[in-house]
Design a binder for this molecule. Sequence first.
Ligand SMILES: [Zn+2]
Ligand SMILES: [Zn+2]
Length: 919
Amino acid sequence: MTKELAKTYDPVAIEKKWYDFWEENGHFNAGINPDKPPYSIVIPPPNVTGELHMGHAIQHAIHDLVVRWKRMQGFETLCLPGTDHAGIATQMKVEQELLEVEGKNRYDLGRDAMLERIWQWKEKYGDAIYRQLRQLGASYDWRWERFTLDEEYVEAVLQAFEHFAEKGWIYRGTRMINWCPQCRTVISDLETEEREVSGHLWHIRYPAREGELQVVVATTRPETMLGDTGVAVHPNDDRWREAIGLQVELPLMDRAIPIVADEYADPELGSGAVKVTPAHDPNDYELGLRHDLAQIQVIGFDGVMTEAAGRFAGLDRYAAREAVVAALKAEGLLEKIEDHEHAVPHHDKCGTVVEPLPMEQWFMNMKEIAAKVRPVLVRQDIQYAPDRFRHYAIEWLDQIRDWALSRQIWWGHRIPAWYCTHCSADGLSVIGDLDREQALHEGNFRVSVAAGAKPVVSVAKPEACSECGGQDWVQDPDVLDTWFSSALWPFATLGWPQRRDALEYFYPTDLMITARDILYLWVLRMAMTSLEFVDQIPFKTVLVHPTILTQDGRRMSKSLGTGLNPLDLVARYGADATRYCLLAQAGAVQDVRFDAAVENNQVQASASAEAGRNFGNKLWNATRFVLMNIDGYEPGPCERSELADRWIWSRLQVAVREMTEAMQSYRFSDLTRAIYDFVWRDYCDWYLELAKVRLQGGDPQARRAVQEHLVRVLEIALRLLHPIMPFITETLWQALPHGSSANSIMVAAWPECDDELIDPEAEAQMQCLQEVVTGIRIIRGEMNVPPGRKVEVLISVASDEAEQTLRQANPYIALLTRAASVQVGQELVRPPASGSAMTATAEIFVPLEGLIDLDAERQRLKREIQKMDGLLKGLDAKLANDRFLTKAPPEIVAQERQRQAEYRATQEKLNASLKLVEA
Ligand SMILES: [Zn+2]
Ligand SMILES: [Zn+2]
């Protein structure tokens, strides 16, 4: 018995039901299964604060596509989900809430109470992104879910830290770091975002200490001049050769600073002289080290000017900027002010301008561990798709820098380093007015660590100090960079260091699907730690998915109003259509301009998502048609003697082969194109139409035979489409009498190509038939034959082969073109007043006498020709106009040329048609 399908395709109505069904039936589950080959993916953990954006959406459309495909292929398929604690982002979120609701900051609450708050927040909101992934259809094994602050995971992180410290790779040192004065922590390069700012370039005169020397330097941050300790010029700059080694007066500070020669100074820019502020600029920091210039920090960690800023001390850095400019103006030292657009680093989480500052921090020397990865990439043990990213990765490894590990926040993995309160006394200071002894004893959060502290790295608190025998320890207040824990992700999620069984079975994982912005700081670090701890690569292939941009090529961002919530697409078009359209656009291009119109973060419409839904709709209606025509059908043998049957089975094999190959090489747009063409064009547009001959022909045996093909081919097509559009395919598959013992399409087998069924002869014959049908339809259209009117068709062929094919296809041609009769023969004579068309194998005639009112048709054609002449005249004049050609945007000109060509083609056709009816 067949099941009822709703009349119309309503994605929202079907999607929720199937997800629960799959999960309840354990279809996402994966375990150690010696009978099956494993296939594993760990997802890049989204932030626990995360909300699904389009980057996630395409990433997970691909994840789920691949895992569904592999599962259908018979692999024990694990897709392991998890989230990242996202140190700064999460703490900031809860801190904001704390401030808004209770007017308190984290220091008011204290470390332990603050952490408790964040855990509460995590329990309450932390699974939002999981729910969103489920809505997309993600078939992940949620029982394996991991979080970077899980107890076991923490152990892995601390053990890794201890290991690196023992190797001597981890050290404390002073380096230039990115500091967020708002969040009061170090942040990574990845968290700093260059934003275009319209500012100024202030040209300041530094008077000579001796002689006539005039130095003018330009800066976008005049407040930093207070910390200048030198001026640099290029050694080959003739203007300055004499000045090298002399001193100038630093205005406002009464300080003499030297002029040094350094190739960093660009002679092409301005006067060729640049100010050097080693404590406030990464390049100046390096330059200062080369020339032994002092580092004077005039901006504090709170963004307020320090004592070293003299009379400007205590001012906020921006107030100080105005005050410094005013003072320079008053002293007549401001040469000029220019408007200046430039990029300024901002903290991506809070939007504060980042302050580069030298600071003592934990660092990791990456040289040795990076050297392990290089040969692995060169040998292509880890493959990249596209491969060019492998080359970029090697370049990055060759220039690897030390990694700033510590962060001055609380939410994260606290650094397992301890200070003896006696031996490290010089380096430990207590912030605020707490009692020192008590603060140290309690290991209070207001202890800060600086030069002079002697850390002892140990996961557990050490017993007695080896220097003094003391037992009073204070733990390092900092936590690790979030990327330190995610660097262990692929193996720590599978049980390292405690458990081996899952690692032995599922490791290395098969595929890492990621965005390109974290290819180095994350993906390569995973490779490093995996080789170090597990002695294996973490994944066999790195797949870099495209970045989704707005339709005009901008970044998608909530703060810009260009943010597109993929769940809005899901609500409007369904998860299936959303997945389909994302995959359809994942071709060779790395930047996808997504075609949705978005206003104020709200999606208005998306043609590609709509196309996805229309595709679903077409498939839905085709399945309904089949279901309505298989009453009395029982599955039986499948005979393939008819041309149409041989052809559709051949087309199907080609689709299976193309799709399997596209899957293997991650060509997702080819994948969607192959299934679209097969379902829409071959199956719906042609085969269903051809099937009607036998369905309606009255021969029960022929009817049963065609039912068999309709059902079987459709069932295989559904399986092919399933990894792309899981919900609709499950719905339709359940409604079809599929004869499978599986209770879900997601555990049915991936179709295999049967080469025996590939039938070039049937394909060639069918092509001949299709061309003839198309030719007749064109004649009907061009000659304005009313759709209901039956036509007479004459087909003149040149070969016996074509004659035979078309004779056999006679009933099909008649049905598909509404022909009362179809006469096929060699060298037929063209009847008077008839429409005609040529194909590769035949010439087609449709006599028009009596079919249409020839006189009226002549009048109509003349009118159309006249209209077209008018349009073309205007367009020709426009395109001959130099003014238009030079002034109009090139795309408009191209568009007009295109129109001109189309009109011309139409005009020619109309003229040809007119000739016919005048004959
Ligand atoms: Zn910040
Ligand atoms: Zn000690």
